[in-house]
Write a new protein. Structure first.
Length: 339
């Protein structure tokens, strides 16, 4: 039955076109970017060595010593890079007395670029899921195939589990491909050096209260992406299971993805802080973990809990509960046996 479902799925032209598009955006463009950087590979390695020479607790003295050496290795056209890094490190030194923990200095540029690229690529997956899996149940209903497939006593469970398994494998295969490409890129360019540099070295996270390195933050980003993508997959499968046509299921899934946007919520909610909080906690937006890293942590008694940990726990529970509801309650209550 799995091969039959896989054949029906991959036979659709829209699926093949979207898969080819994702492969091009993820694999071809990343490899092209690596090849573009190869002529400057020596300069990148020299820059990494300079940063890593000062790897450790970040202080004003560290910044001054690093900037002096950093200026020497830059080419004549790199004055803008020096000025930008100088301004950036000055911002970091200004917040040191108030941040409450030690910032670890080290190389971060390629870690940051890879993180941003991975987040952007992960955000293709929910759109793919909403489009291609919105009809995974409804297509069988519309052509009368479902009554034939589910006429046997165990047909209902087997057919549903097969479709869910196919959707899970396809979705998470794309997810795994993005991870492997990111690991390949970061290994080729840095050999893993700089993984322990603090995320505050990223300009937009310089005042984040989250004490975490780029390597650990990247792992949390992967976990959040996995939870978010599979939550959206579960919503799409449920919508397809309950809908009579794929268009309805697709509208529900795309609505979950794109209606909870700042520019849309701004119409109904005047408080910008509330909008930011709501948007950062929606499935599509938690893929970008930097949204959570910028949130003010929750204080319970004497404990400070970061939102990134809260969201990981909540989405894990929701995903488990949603799966149980889908298989234990929803399917059993549907009268799918053919007359």
């Amino acid at each position: 039955m799995f091969y039959l479902e896989a054949y029906k799925f991959f036979k659709r032209k829209s699926v093949c076109i979207l898969l080819i598009g994702i492969f091009f955006l993820v694999v071809v463009l990343t490899i092209g970017n690596i090849l573009y950087l190869i002529p400057n590979y020596g300069e990148i390695q020299e820059e990494i060595e300079t940063y890593e020479k000062y790897n450790g607790k970040f202080t004003r003295e560290t910044a001054e010593a690093f900037l002096k050496e950093y200026k020497e290795i830059l080419s004549s056209g790199g004055i803008k890079d020096f000025e930008s890094e100088n301004a950036h490190l000055k911002m970091l030194t200004d917040i040191l007395p108030d941040i409450g923990f030690d910032i670890v200095f080290g190389y971060y540029e390629q870690w940051l670029i890879t993180l941003v690229d991975s987040i952007n690529q992960m955000q293709y997956i929910p759109v793919f899921v909403a489009i291609v899996f919105s009809g995974i149940f409804t297509y069988d209903k519309s052509c009368g195939m479902q009554e034939i497939m589910l006429s046997s006593r165990n047909g209902r469970k087997k057919c549903t589990k097969t479709k869910v398994l196919l959707a899970f494998l396809v979705t998470n295969s794309i997810f795994l491909l993005i991870i492997l490409i990111a690991v390949f890129r970061i290994f080729i360019l840095t050999q893993g050096r700089g993984w322990n540099s603090s995320i505050q070295l990223a300009l937009w996270l310089y005042d984040s209260s989250l004490d975490m390195s780029f390597g650990v933050f990247w792992l949390h980003t992967l976990l959040l992406s996995f939870l978010a993508i599979n939550s959206i997959l579960l919503v799409t499968l449920t919508a397809s299971f309950l809908s009579k046509n794929p268009e309805t299921a697709m509208c529900i899934s795309l609505g979950v993805l794109f209606l909870l946007r700042p520019d849309v919520l701004d119409i109904f909610i005047a408080d910008k802080a509330v909008i930011s909080k709501i948007v950062s906690l929606t499935p599509y937006n938690i893929i970008n973990a930097s949204n959570l890293a910028q949130q003010t942590p929750m204080i319970i008694g004497r404990s400070t809990i970061q939102w990134i940990y809260i969201v990981e726990v909540v989405y894990s529970l929701l995903l488990v509960a949603g799966g149980i509801f889908f298989f234990r309650k929803l399917i059993k209550q549907q009268k799918y046996f053919a007359s």
